[in-house]
Ligand binder design. Structure first.
Ligand SMILES: O=C(CSCCNC(=O)c1cc(-c2ccc(F)cc2)cc(O)c1O)c1ccc(O)c(O)c1
Ligand SMILES: [Mg+2]
Length: 214
């Protein structure tokens, strides 16, 4: 039977990356996506912006919405201080199965909780299930029409505190117009746009970094 693109991406990691070396996993995926097949990872260019925000925030608790194959999960987890926790949510079981193996190849399974399910169902259960009070950093990279409702849900559930950082991928392409309008016009957020390109292409895209003001 035919393999899927995520399965072929995993194969490239297992063939070209060194077990336990997150940077080599990231490099193997970027090489696969540039030379073989495009895939919707945040990519190397936006990935460097992601790395700088993670390093600046130095978060103890991170929520990632949209794991896909675990590329950004590996980038973030490899920069976390000891005992920090990254919870990543993936709706698609096939993506989740591949991501688990990519995260394990990088040797980062102890820093990552991968949950299979819908963000709308799981966000209200974060505190009771994982003992998380608030998130220092949230990386939004799932369905683009879920960014705004899930942000409002996180506010309602008290998962954001004064200074929590939201970092959103794809705010230009595919685009998240209602989310952008919200974080840019709300007095409860201070927003900043980091212009970049859609992963592995010359098409404009960017990341929006928004600080929750409480
Ligand atoms: O795909 C999903 C939703 S989660 C992935 C969200 N991410 C994106 O959609 C996404 C898309 C693009 C992009 C794609 C085509 C273009 F032409 C241009 C840009 C880029 C990104 O960086 C992204 O993050 C899913 C869920 C459950 C399922 O059962 C299922 O079959 C599929
Ligand atoms: Mg994305």
């Amino acid at each position: 039977t035919q393999s899927t693109r995520p399965q072929r991406l995993l194969g490239a990691v297992q063939k070209n990356a060194t077990r336990g070396d997150p940077r080599s996993v990231v490099q193997a995926i970027d090489q696969f996506c540039r030379q073989k097949e495009w895939a919707m990872n945040v990519g190397d260019e936006k990935g460097c912006i992601l790395d700088s925000v993670v390093s600046e925030v130095n978060p103890a608790t991170v929520l990632e919405l949209g794991t896909y194959c675990g590329y950004s999960t590996v980038r973030i987890a490899s920069l976390l201080p000891p005992h920090a926790k990254l919870i990543t949510l993936e709706f698609n079981p096939d993506f989740a199965a591949i991501a688990r193996q990519v995260i394990a190849w990088a040797g980062l399974e102890d820093k990552v909780h991968l949950i299979e399910g819908a963000s709308g169902d799981w966000i209200p259960k974060m505190t009771e299930q994982f003992g998380v009070k608030t998130f220092d950093l949230v990386f939004l990279d799932h369905w683009k029409d879920r960014y705004l409702p899930d942000t409002m849900l996180m506010e309602e559930c008290g998962l954001l505190r004064k200074g929590s950082i939201l970092l959103a991928d794809n705010v230009i392409c595919p685009g998240t117009p209602d989310y952008l309008e919200y974080v840019r016009s709300s007095p409860r957020y201070e927003s900043q746009y980091f212009k970049s390109h859609l992963e592995y292409t010359k098409v404009e895209d960017g990341l929006e970094k928004s600080v929750f003001l409480g």
